[in-house]
Design a binder for this molecule. Structure first.
Ligand SMILES: [Zn+2]
Length: 628
């Protein structure tokens, strides 16, 4: 069926329609009739109920007030405390993105602010929250996105055309299969290929930084054909799930990449950070800045729970995974309800300071593909309360001793969790005065956290919306330069959050070198420590270590106290994995387990099979499995 033709026939008055465009599976009608642009509720409501698609009317770009005048006019309007900070005009699509400190003021009172802007300027409005922490990199990402307006209008329309104009039939010959391209019976380089007779979609495209021999997914598998790949969907911004993505564009992928907005922003930041680090250490680069830009050009963001067709026969919905900001589980409705798959990515089935636990209620799920990082029989993490108390004791003791606490962290996730925890302790007077150092790019990631409160739990979200933003507490101090780091080291007690989490690079290493020989100091490891990393060595009791600093190998005798804390993990422990499988509705018929060490995967898989009487699978990388 030709939807554009149907719409033209449905809206009898042809003069109302200037152009009809797709934006993926949404439909946009451009009109030159201002009255129709401003008042179309009735017609559009009927059209939506007929087509079962989202339909929007925008004013034809030729009738828009020019950008400069529009900006002046909007700035003169009185929106009280909204504090508009920036404008991003996307002329080909007649959309202006307005960044405001309190965007809810513009959308409140039945969108009075937005409607006023539409009426007086002709622009359709998208609202965004201003980053309350200034970050050049966040601004640069915004600029890259709006640099490509024309290209994006064309791309979104072409995706729509391909979705609506291809025919498929779910008959006896129809099938669904997956291929394990990475992160099966190990952790790292996550990638799952989902295929049907007419579609090929990749879920995650990660790298394995701890395995230089096999760092990338098995894109050499015969069924993987980059020219036939219709879409990539990314669960979250950790590099083991998205670090290969820019390389896909380098090797000729031309399709879209879907994720949540925070995932898009944070992953871009981490990609650029990776290039920065790798070029400093002369490592071979998997991709360069142009590939990252190309990826951004093709990025499409989705909120949770919005059903979106991404190919003629695959429809996805993203659900909260509770792992890090914007982390999503991907639900795939394949062949118009023929088969349903849920791919968890990394998930936490427990509430944290910033996020709600992963979701468990779905309309249909026949196959569940789940992670198993802590799926071993003995992988029980201590409770959150115990963990917090332990951490508080370490910090209090060290500070009382006039020492410093170094916490090596990944760029996104634990760092922000710990910031909120420390802020809370200080607010309630549970922790003595001490500066909290948030080093380097951690601050940029935190800036992104302040932009997306809608992805957080209600407590943190409400504090950010009410401008009682915990991340802006004066206890946090941002350090960037080596000079600032030296000042911190020369100063009094401090809690230092710095990357990387495994002490295998980043500023945490130079902090460690400066602090590790003084018994007054403490090092607290809070994330998974990869084999062969400095973090793993000291975690296992190694106290004589060699560290490369500025190209020179130096020896250190560690006398600072070293602690490992597991309870802050963003992954579900064994009990939480079991509870998740128990609580998920409807119960899947097939459970495929990946993203874990082989032994852990086998333990979890055999337990689930017995306890829940479902079919379980633990594929090897390069295995393919027919789901139906
Ligand atoms: Zn992760």
């Amino acid at each position: 069926m030709d939807i554009k033709k149907e719409i033209t026939e449905f809206i009898a008055d042809k003069s109302l329609i200037e152009d009809i465009n797709f934006e993926v599976s949404n439909i946009v009608i451009y009109t030159k009739n201002r009255n129709f642009f401003l008042d179309n509720t009735e017609i559009i409501r009927n059209l939506v109920s007929k087509e079962k698609k989202r339909v929007e009317v925008r004013l034809d770009p030729s009738l828009l007030l020019n950008e400069k005048e529009a900006e002046e006019k909007i700035r003169k309007m009185d929106f009280g405390e909204a504090h508009i900070t920036d404008f991003w005009f996307d002329e080909p699509r007649s959309i202006v993105t307005i960044e405001a400190e309190r965007p809810e003021i513009l959308s409140g009172d039945r969108k009075a602010g937005i409607n006023k802007i539409k009426e007086e300027t002709g622009w359709s409005v998208i609202l965004a929250r201003s980053p309350l922490i200034k970050s050049d990199i966040v601004t640069a990402i915004r600029e890259m996105l709006y640099d490509n307006s024309k290209f994006r209008r064309k791309m979104l329309n072409e995706i729509g055309e391909s979705i609506y104009n291809s025919k498929f039939e779910v008959d006896d010959k129809y099938w669904v299969r997956i291929s394990a391209l990475g992160a099966f019976r190990h952790v790292g380089r996550s990638a799952v290929l989902v295929q049907t007779p007419i579609s090929s979609v990749l879920l995650d495209a990660g790298v394995d930084v701890s395995n230089p021999k096999e760092p990338v997914p098995r894109v050499d598998a015969p069924e993987f054909d980059i020219s036939k790949l219709a879409a990539v969907v990314i669960t979250h911004s950790h590099l083991d799930h998205c670090g290969f993505l820019p390389a896909l564009y380098k090797y000729g992928y031309k399709g879209p990449v879907y994720s949540t907005a925070p995932t898009r922003d944070v992953m871009t930041l981490l990609h650029l950070d990776y290039i920065n680090l790798a070029s400093r250490t002369n490592s071979k680069l998997l991709f360069d800045v142009d590939d990252v830009k190309n990826m951004l050009k093709h990025s499409i963001t989705l909120p949770f729970h919005e059903v979106t067709d991404i190919t003629p026969d695959i429809r996805i919905t993203l659900h909260n995974a509770g792992h890090i900001l914007g982390s999503a589980m991907i639900h795939l409705n394949i062949g118009n309800g023929f088969y349903n798959v849920l791919y968890t990515g990394d998930f936490k089935y427990d509430n944290s300071k910033t996020l709600n636990r992963a979701e468990t209620q779905f309309e249909r799920v026949e196959t569940l593909i789940m992670e198993s990082t802590y799926g071993g029989d003995s992988d029980t993490q201590p409770s959150r309360t115990e963990t917090e108390q332990f951490f508080l004791d370490i910090i209090s003791k060290t500070i009382a001793n006039n020492g410093k606490v170094l916490v090596p962290v990944l760029g996104v996730g634990r760092a922000q969790e710990l910031m909120l925890l420390i802020e809370e302790w200080q607010r309630y007077g549970l922790l003595p005065e001490a500066t909290v150092i948030v080093d380097g790019m951690l601050w940029d990631v935190t800036a992104i956290y302040t932009v997306y409160p809608e992805f957080m739990n209600s407590e943190t979200r409400n504090r950010i919306i009410a401008h009682n933003n915990p991340f802006l507490s004066p206890i946090f101090k941002h350090t960037v330069s080596e000079e600032e780091r030296q000042q911190v080291l020369a100063g009094g007690p401090a809690i230092i959050l710095a990357t990387s989490g495994m002490l295998n690079g980043g500023p945490a290493v130079s902090y460690f070198a400066n602090l590790c020989e003084d018994p007054k100091n403490a090092v607290v490891l809070v994330s998974y420590q990869g084999v062969g990393t400095l973090g793993r060595t000291i975690q296992n009791g190694g106290r004589e270590v060699d560290i490369e600093l500025n190209g020179k190998l130096r020896h250190f005798s560690v006398s600072a106290l070293v602690y490992s804390i597991e309870g802050f993990s963003g992954h579900s422990d064994r009990k939480q994995l079991e509870r998740f499988v128990n609580d998920i509705r409807p119960r899947p018929r097939k459970i495929i387990i990946g993203h874990g060490e082989e032994g852990k995967i086998l333990e979890l898989s055999s337990y689930i099979r017995k306890r829940f009487r479902v079919e379980t699978h633990a594929p090897h990388v390069l295995d393919a499995l027919r789901l139906k």
